[in-house]
Design a protein around this ligand. Structure first.
Ligand SMILES: [Zn+2]
Length: 337
């Protein structure tokens, strides 16, 4: 994080102060509310321009616009490719789109309406499977094999607690299930525990902003790892983000649970989460439940901003850079015990 820059009013290099501010931007005729960080000169109070902060703000505004308009984000499009183990060019070929269309979307261009709708529908493996069956000869034999294998795995994966095939669950499993490593606390992704952790925090807070939920999830996973020394809770991995640690692909995550396990409501300040299903304590062991209770006892009724600022003091946050994955090896220095 840069903390000094040139101020043209002071005509010297000055220290800066970052302030979280709510901004409204008009994008393609729509008002977009977004929390951004602005930098100010500590000497004269003039707003100063720091390119890397400006870039992050633009990303956040872009994501807010997409969320408001149900447009897939870059990460969600990446998640789609990952889900079917297919490259951007092969998928464009399968769809009969221009070769670089999806590459442009991955670089940040906003998909046109029809393409966006198509990509969203393809998140459902049944829809993708139908397309693949019809047009797979447009792919090379290597690409065809990879995607066929990914589809097969998706279609055959089952979660014991679910009584019907659920494409939403398969997509999440495919996006999050990685080899256990230091970035997921050496823990297999556990969807049931993840959903129930989110539900528990949302119940205890009587509705909770996504930005705060992101931090509570991180604290719960880190604290479990700290206490056990070998395993986290949900198996999620987390990135160093502007306002604190956030689960990888968190927009995709909450979007996938929306209207099934949780509701998402935008009150103009941000999206908040309410539970749609009951909390099921028997998903957790006593020791796991105690982790959740410590986290909620510590942060209950804190504002998203307060917990964000608090998280910035954690060594795990200080010693990583923007968008780095945060290793669970930092758990031993976590402020919670
Ligand atoms: Zn100044």
């Amino acid at each position: 994080m840069m903390d000094a820059t040139y101020c043209y009013l002071c005509d010297q290099t000055v220290e800066v102060e970052l302030k979280e501010e709510e901004e409204v931007h008009v994008i393609r005729g729509t008002s977009v509310h977004c929390e951004v960080d602005n930098a100010y000169c500590r000497h004269c109070g003039n707003q100063v321009y720091i390119p890397e902060i400006n870039d992050r703000n633009l990303d956040m505004i872009d994501n807010a616009y997409r969320n408001q308009n149900s447009i897939m984000t870059k990460l969600e499009i990446e998640g789609l490719l990952k889900q079917y183990d297919i490259g951007a060019k092969p998928l464009a070929a399968l769809l009969g789109w221009g070769e670089v269309t999806i590459i442009r979307y991955l670089k940040g261009q906003i998909p046109d309406r029809a393409h966006n709708e198509t990509l969203k529908r393809l998140q459902d493996p049944e829809v993708f499977g139908t397309l693949f069956e019809k047009d797979q000869d447009k792919l090379t034999s290597t690409a065809k094999k990879k995607t066929a294998a990914a589809l097969q795995a998706l279609m055959s994966s089952h979660q014991p607690a679910l009584n019907k095939f659920d494409s939403r669950v398969s997509s999440l499993l495919n996006v999050y299930s990685n080899q256990p490593d230091e970035f997921n606390g050496f823990t297999d992704f556990n969807l049931q525990k993840l959903i129930q952790t989110i539900v528990y925090f949302a119940v205890m807070e009587n509705g909770i902003y996504k930005t705060k939920m992101n931090k509570l999830l991180w604290y719960a996973d880190m604290l479990r790892y700290k206490r056990t020394g070998y395993t986290s809770l949900t198996g999620l991995s987390y990135k160093h983000n502007f306002h604190g640690p956030t689960p990888h692909y968190f927009s995709y995550l909450y979007g996938s649970l929306e209207d099934v396990d949780i509701t998402l409501t935008d009150d103009g300040l941000g999206e908040y989460i309410n539970p749609l299903v009951d909390f099921t304590p028997n998903v957790f062991s006593n020791e796991e439940k105690q982790v959740l209770d410590t986290v909620i006892a510590t942060f209950r009724n804190w504002s998203a901003q307060r917990i964000s600022e608090y998280s910035h003091h954690e060594k795990a946050y200080r010693e990583n850079d923007h968008s780095d994955f945060i290793s669970f090896s930092y758990a031993r220095d976590l402020s919670l015990v």
